[in-house]
Design a protein around this ligand. Structure first.
Ligand code: ACO
Length: 316
């Protein structure tokens, strides 16, 4: 049985440099009696695990600045169930024939939930967004995408998650940025202007001297299947697809702390970052006010060697 993974947040005033006691108080009062495993507050940023003495549930701290305060987010990291071992869960390559079904999944799970879409107010859960749908359909055409499907009776299935991967060539991002000018969707423009500009400034093609890249564009898991390792498995399988197709380099723009963690645990490394609070307009107003615990976009890459062993990073 799957349980949702809860995320807890606690605001630490900047005036309190050692708020450990306050935390403990909050957790003992509001939730199960928590005891922290002695990690010192000064090391909160370095991923100490806080462990509940009573339940053994791990919490991982993430710190985000919020004006003069720091926001400490404790996130349960224990997996409650593992869908990757489920006998009904299968992983399949996505073909153009699956496009409509994949888009329907994204309308209900990615369009409204992804941190930047949410910040821009791109669309309501279940509604369509033509510009983003075109972007997704384009990736599907490259036939490198993978889906997790929960197989029901009589061969029917439900899409539990998808990873949409595309092939990226050196001029594609500049062209996409140019094309954005003619997009009538101001929210879509806001999001992709930031992503494209960042990628042009931090140019992986030049740095690694490659002529094509395997671009992990969309990672989405149905909300009722989250926390079971599906996204992790989709990224792992994408690495296998990239390797099989002879790519030397993979990249992803990871917009939230969970996707960032998933990519890193699959051997991706951070190439550059865009803190959301520093992406502002000419009046200093934050353009994409992304909600905590997400604080920055990370451009991640993974270099791929011929064998299945460790992938060494060329010249970085
Ligand atoms: N709270 C705490 N931990 C989490 C959460 C969460 N909400 N989501 C993922 N994690 C952690 C897991 O604990 C796990 O860590 P572990 O390996 O140490 O146990 C790790 O992240 C992998 O988790 P999965 O179960 O594989 O992730 P899941 O299948 O739940 O999917 C995803 C994660 C894709 C981010 C999902 O929440 C989602 O679809 N969100 C909305 C869309 C989105 O934000 N997509 C990513 C944007 S970036 C891009 O598309 C390239």
């Amino acid at each position: 049985m799957t349980k949702a993974i809860p995320t807890f947040q606690y605001i630490v005033p900047a005036s309190q440099p050692t708020p450990g006691k306050h935390l403990q108080k909050t957790f003992t009062r509001g939730l199960a009696p928590f005891a922290f495993n002695g990690a010192r507050p000064s090391r909160w940023g370095s991923r100490n695990l806080y462990t509940s003495a009573s339940t053994g549930v791990h919490c991982e701290p993430y710190i985000a600045s919020q004006g003069r305060n720091q926001q400490l987010n404790l996130v349960h990291t224990r997996r409650f169930a593992c869908a990757t071992d489920s006998p009904t869960m299968e992983y399949k390559m996505i073909g153009p024939e699956h496009c409509a079904q994949v888009i329907e999944h994204l309308r209900h799970n990615f369009f409204a939930d992804e941190p930047l879409n949410k910040a821009a107010g791109l669309c309501q859960n279940g509604s369509s967004c033509a510009a983003l749908e075109d972007h997704c359909a384009e990736a599907i055409q490259d036939r490198m995408s993978v889906m997790a499907v929960d197989v029901k009776d009589a061969g029917t299935y439900k899409i539990a998650g998808v990873v949409l991967n595309g092939i990226l060539k050196p001029n594609d991002t500049a062209k996409a940025l140019e094309k954005l000018d003619s997009s009538g969707d101001a929210h879509f423009r806001k999001i992709f202007e930031m992503l494209h500009k960042h990628n042009l400034k931090h140019n992986l093609f030049e740095h690694f001297d490659v002529q094509s890249m395997f671009d992990v564009r969309i990672l989405s898991v149905d909300s009722s299947y989250r926390g079971q390792g599906i996204a992790n498995e989709l990224v792992k399988r994408s690495v296998a697809v990239a390797r099989k197709n002879g790519f030397r380099l993979m990249k992803a723009d990871a917009t939230g702390i969970f996707s960032q963690k998933i990519f890193r645990s699959n051997g991706f490394e951070v190439f550059s970052e865009q803190p959301y609070c520093k992406y502002t307009d000419e009046n200093g107003k934050v353009i994409l006010p992304v909600e905590a615990p997400h604080i920055k976009m990370q451009l991640l890459y993974k270099a791929i060697c011929g064998d299945d062993q460790d992938d060494k990073v060329p010249n970085h």
